[in-house]
Write a protein that binds this ligand. Structure first.
Ligand SMILES: Cc1ncc(COP(=O)(O)O)c(C=O)c1O
Length: 322
């Protein structure tokens, strides 16, 4: 018997992480370059909030997430992006990874085609194919700083139409960020073609070329996916969030209730405190920026000359073929 997951690809970064951790368990020292994890720990107040909450029984939360968390996010969007969002349109997810599942299943019919960039985050294609969706890969190039354009979306769509676009800026693995004008071009192109935009904003805050623009600043039709993993240094806490257009929200809520019940309660309590830690978070960014400078200066000296300077995130995508 075959089933639909027969062709499911591993996420190789996680396979390599497993091997690296096994080596560490044997006492070996490993320099981890496999998965995108922040070098910094979570902020002190986050840890204190968890220590305070630990003795209390922690049950399921509201399926959408704690009110305090969603109101914290409401304030965060007002400060960071100058936009008002209704906390009722926010759902706390088990990392952004679970947010994708909610988004795909509510925005698209099974078998729909979703466009992604190539190169891009490898789990996108594996997840989409594994869940029964089709994938359209839109190549982005070094010549254009690995940035996706509206024209490239339109060309790919004319070749073979797709229903959705899953797009990250800053991007994994290239570190490429689009400007407000470039994002507006992407948003307008999606609207013109009737393509649902899923904006993966997980690397927002890790910006070296000016603050990232949220798709929410330009449209209320996009699904916004984000996470406490990267900017807030909370990968293992498995907590993210999604901001959902009103017409999809009830379906997202029902799916969350049935698939996940709620995101982890302790992580949600911790995350409420994370909005109050701007100084520590900015110090982390300054350290990443210094690391980036070291690479930009050192890589050419080491013979690696072909790379984009990484506008955001903590990746540097260098051509090593020579
Ligand atoms: C572009 C992108 N999206 C989503 C994720 C998933 O992150 P999480 O599930 O920890 O929020 C990652 C992880 O590296 C990523 O690089």
């Amino acid at each position: 018997m075959t089933n639909s997951l027969d062709g499911l690809m591993p996420f190789f970064a996680m396979d390599i992480l497993k091997r690296a951790k096994a080596l560490e368990a044997q006492g070996r020292t490993v320099c981890h370059l496999e998965v995108g994890e922040p070098g910094a720990p979570p902020a002190a107040r986050v840890l204190e909030a968890v220590a305070r909450a630990l003795p209390e029984p922690q049950g399921y939360t509201n399926a959408k997430g704690l009110n305090a968390l969603r109101e914290g996010l409401e304030g965060y969007y007002e400060r960071q992006h100058g936009v008002q969002i209704d906390p009722e349109l926010i759902v706390a997810t088990m990392g952004s990874s679970a947010g994708f599942i909610l988004a795909f299943h509510t925005a698209f019919q099974t078998g729909a085609r979703i466009a992604i960039t190539r190169p891009g985050y490898p789990a996108y294609v594996n997840t989409l194919l594994g869940l029964g969706y089709g994938v359209a890969e839109i190549p982005v190039s070094a010549g254009n700083g690995w940035r996706l354009t509206g024209a490239e979306i339109a060309t790919a769509h004319a070749r073979q139409p797709f229903d959705g676009l899953l797009f990250a800026s800053p991007a994994n693995p290239t570190g490429a960020s689009v400007s407000r004008e470039q994002l507006a071009d992407i948003v307008a192109t999606c609207a013109r073609l009737g393509v649902t935009l899923i904006s993966d904003e997980i690397y927002h805050g890790l910006d070296y070329a000016g603050p990232s623009v949220s798709a929410l600043e330009l449209t209320r039709d996009a699904i916004i996916i984000n996470s406490f993993s990267k900017y807030f240094s909370m990968t293992g806490w498995r907590l993210g969030w999604a901001i959902i257009p009103p017409d999809l929200m009830r379906a997202v809520e029902c799916l969350q209730q049935n698939l996940f019940l709620s995101a982890p309660a302790l992580s949600q309590i911790a995350a409420v405190a994370a909005f109050d830690c701007e100084d520590e978070l900015q110090a982390n960014i300054a350290a990443y920026a210094r690391n980036r400078e070291i690479l930009l200066e050192g890589l050419p000296k080491a013979g690696f000359t072909k790379f984009a300077p990484a506008d955001g995130a903590f990746y540097l995508y260098a051509d090593v073929r020579e």
